[in-house]
Each structure stands twice: as C-alpha cells, then as structure tokens.
Design a protein around this ligand. Structure first.
Ligand SMILES: [Zn+2]
Length: 250
C-alpha cells in the first residue's frame, strides 16, 4: 500500500470520527465541522512536506498555491482591476511554487524537524492564531481548528511509526522504528531549540485556551455522544418514512 494513501485514509478516518462526534454534541454549526474535518486531513498530510519531490506533496503544493491565489482574489476582488488581480494571483503562485517550495527543498531533510511532535503542536498553534486573528473566529472555534491540525499530524506520525515505510511504499530498515514520533533532533540542537521557542511564542500569541479546555474537559459536552454510542434495539429507527397503510395492492 502506498504510504500517501495510508496517511490520507488514516487522517480521513480519525478526523471523520471526531467531527461526527462533534456534530452529535449539537454545539457546532455544520460548516464549522466540515472545516475541522478538512483541517484534520491537511494536518495528516503536513508532516511530509519536508520531502518535496514526492508526487503527492508536489500536487498538494500546487493545490495550496492555487488556493492561496483564490484567497488573495477574494480579499482584493472589489478593490482592483482584473489585470491587477491576475498579476497578484500569478505572483502569489510563483512565490509559493518556486520560492517557498525551493526553500523547503533546500532547508529540510525528510523526517527532520518538521516530522516531529513539537512541529505538529506548532502547526496547530499557528492555525489557531490565524483562525482567531485573520478570520475572526471565536476562541473555541479557533482552538478546535488548531486541535484538528495537530490531531491529523499526530495520526500521521503514529502511522509512520506503525508502518515504517517511506513515501514510495518501500520498506525502510528496522532502524527507522522510533524515529517518526520524535520530540526533536539531537543532531540539530539549534533547530530543535528554535522549534520549541516558536511553540512558546505561538502559544503566547494565541487567545487563552481556557474556554476550549473547559468545553473539552466538561463531561456534559459528551453526554449526548456517550448516550448514543451504540444503536438501540432497532438499527436506524425511522430512517425511511413509514408506508401509508392504504397502499394500493396491499
Ligand atoms: Zn511521514
């Protein structure tokens, strides 16, 4: 099995189950839950952005570059002319595709610092920060966005640990076991220290996680979910509308 597919399926499954449980609490609008799900899936693919030559990463990068262009156009759509918007879009695309992409390629080693637990936490915090400040999300919504990214990210690391296969699906040496769930890298002490400092900085910039933590730790949040964990005596009661009693031919 190709590793990319394993990661995609893993992220879709875990995010899907978590998002479904959130829907059952009845506390979150549907659009928000879909957003969390998508963020969880993105989180599940993020750790491998440090191997830019794998085809899925290249495709994902192209998609991000295009999406970022759209975001720019949506933001400035009412202010500028068509030609200016196209120039913005093209500039954004080229910057991401040839600037950031090339930089990532030169700076990162696969399964280096980006492929670690603190990086997963950092990406989650950055998501919370952007959701809160740039998209005016509520505190709980912003933290849920970040939590899903980190959740998907950790699922990816766990899957790498279990499968110990590389991006092309080839078996790695046994020695790779234990490297996926890393807390940093002793061979990159400065990078590791910078990573932890970044996490602290991001956390301080984020809104207080207290309302989010209270909601997550409150048993009442899950009452509806635990009560409906398993089907009752009948599966899918009232799924189909009852047939009218006087159907012709009965
Ligand atoms: Zn990986």
């Amino acid at each position: 099995m190709a590793n990319f597919n394993v990661h995609l399926m893993g992220a879709v499954t875990v995010s899907g189950v978590t998002a479904t449980a959130l829907t059952m609490t009845g506390m979150f609008p549907h659009q928000a839950v879909i957003g969390y799900f998508v963020l969880g899936v993105i989180g599940g693919l993020l750790p491998d952005i440090d191997s830019p030559h794998s085809i899925p990463v290249r495709i994902a990068f192209m998609a991000v570059a295009v999406a970022a262009g759209f975001l720019l156009v949506f933001t400035f759509g009412r202010r500028y002319s068509l030609v200016e918007l196209l120039a913005l879009w093209l500039g954004c695309f080229l910057l991401l595709r040839y600037g950031v992409f090339a930089l990532l390629d030169r700076l990162t080693v696969h399964r280096g610092l980006i492929h670690s637990i603190p990086a997963g936490i950092g990406f989650g915090l950055a998501t919370t920060l952007v959701a809160y400040h740039a998209f005016n999300a509520s505190v709980i919504h912003a933290w849920l966005c970040g939590a899903f990214v980190t959740l998907g990210f950790i699922v990816h690391l766990l899957l790498d640990e279990f499968y110990s296969v590389d991006l092309l699906g080839k078996k790695l040496l046994k020695s790779s076991f234990g490297t996926a769930l890393s807390l940093g890298s002793l061979s990159q002490p400065i990078g590791t220290a910078a990573l932890y400092l970044t996490i602290v900085g991001l956390f301080l910039l984020c809104p207080s996680p207290r309302p989010f933590a209270e909601l997550i730790l409150d048993g009442a949040t899950y009452r509806g979910v635990t009560q409906r964990l398993l089907p009752g005596e009948v599966w899918f009661p009232n799924l189909l509308p009852r047939l009218p009693p006087d159907l012709p031919g009965r």
